[in-house]
Design a protein around this ligand. Structure first.
Ligand SMILES: [Zn+2]
Ligand SMILES: [Zn+2]
Length: 371
């Protein structure tokens, strides 16, 4: 059974998602019990993802529509970009995972079933069941003071030299790392990263830290964000509101275009310009999440350019390990990426700030809730 070394209360503060725009904060949510093979964690910070905002607003990808089955299982505590401190862990698990009481930890956002076709293929991030913390009954998230990392969860220790609000950036950074991997970027490539939000900035960082590309170009509609992009590793900054970025990228690349385009803006215009500015035989990676559909002449992909198109989702196989290592070694200007820290009880304000930030109406990039 679990080893308890400090007092865990019976009730905690938590936000519960009941329905779109019906998320309720309560001080009387029951603290979850540590399951036999699981860890009880005291949450110290949880980022608000674009997906949290879209779920709050009622997007069909979460709540179901003509093309999507309903995936969210409300009522559920949201939050998948978290960090916390181990409060209860069995000796057996402690030995097995190398994690002890008091350690700063996170857990991969998806708790894979280990049984489906995808899990058996070694692609647990595509797991059929798709239990991502904060969306599904089996895995309540971290907009709360305590949470459980259940059996099957993949858990990681993060050095305490990384502040909790910065450690909460592990999840988006892991996703960004996977996105770059999908583009199979090689030395000599000119890579364009579209969107300097939490994912795009993470992609720039990954390109820089791993010394993957020869030339890194960042696109964003905010000059302020582009300055942060520079600090993350971009060599060239282009603002689509101020210039024709398709022409600019082609000019920079001797009239041809970029080798790889990483789409992290989630905006139809970004997709179209990306297809236009990628050279023949080039690679296009889609990582953004969209509100609107994109209309595009697909003959550009086949008949005209013979492009390679890749999708990217979650952190892949080793995104978390790399993200944690880079955060611990201070390779990332994370203090410029985590722009806002908001108290859990003010989560509505947090969602609003995150939403405005993603639409360029506020300068915030990553909002972290503190319980
Ligand atoms: Zn996320
Ligand atoms: Zn599975």
């Amino acid at each position: 059974m679990g080893t308890v070394d400090r007092d865990v209360p019976d009730f905690m503060d938590a936000v519960v998602n009941f329905a779109p725009k019906d998320y309720r904060f309560s001080r009387e949510t029951k603290v979850p019990k540590k399951p036999e093979n699981g860890i009880l964690v005291k949450v110290t910070g949880c980022g608000i993802c674009a997906s949290d905002v879209k779920c709050y607003e009622g997007a069909g990808r979460y709540w179901g529509d003509s093309v999507n089955e309903k995936w969210v299982q409300a009522p559920v505590i949201p939050g998948h970009e978290f960090v916390g401190e181990v409060v209860e862990i069995s000796e057996k698990d402690s030995d097995r995972c190398g994690i002890s009481i008091g350690d700063q930890v996170t857990s991969e956002q998806i708790v894979a079933c280990n049984n489906c076709l995808y899990c058996k293929k070694g692609k647990r991030w595509l797991c059929q069941e798709h239990d991502i913390y904060g969306f599904r009954k089996a895995v309540p998230g971290a907009f709360s003071q305590y949470m459980v990392f259940p059996e099957n969860s993949r858990n990681y220790k993060i050095a305490k030299s990384v502040e909790p609000k910065h450690a909460a950036y592990t999840e988006p950074l892991a996703c960004a790392i996977h996105g770059v991997d999908r583009g199979r970027v090689e030395m000599g490539d000119t890579v364009v990263v579209s969107g300097s939000g939490a994912i795009g900035l993470g992609m720039l960082t990954a390109l820089k830290v791993e010394n993957r590309a020869s030339r890194i170009i960042a696109l964003d509609c905010s000059d302020e964000r582009l300055e942060i992009a520079r600090n993350c590793g971009a060599d060239i900054l282009l603002n689509p509101l101020k210039e024709n970025v398709v022409d600019s990228v082609k000019n920079i690349c001797g009239g041809y275009g970029c080798d790889v385009y990483l789409e992290a803006a989630g905006n139809p215009a970004s997709v179209i310009q990306g297809i236009q500015m990628t050279l023949k035989g080039g690679r296009f990676v889609e990582f953004g999440v969209f509100k609107d559909e994109t209309e595009l002449d697909w003959s550009l992909i086949g008949d005209t350019k013979e492009l390679e198109i890749f999708g990217g989702h979650l952190g892949g196989d080793d995104g978390y390990q790399k993200a944690i290592k880079w955060l611990e070694s201070g390779l990332i200007p994370v203090e410029q990426i985590v722009t806002d820290e908001i108290a859990l009880k003010d989560f509505i304000q947090g969602v609003d700030v995150a939403n405005k930030g993603s639409h360029g109406e506020a300068s915030s990039i990553k909002v972290v809730l503190t319980p």
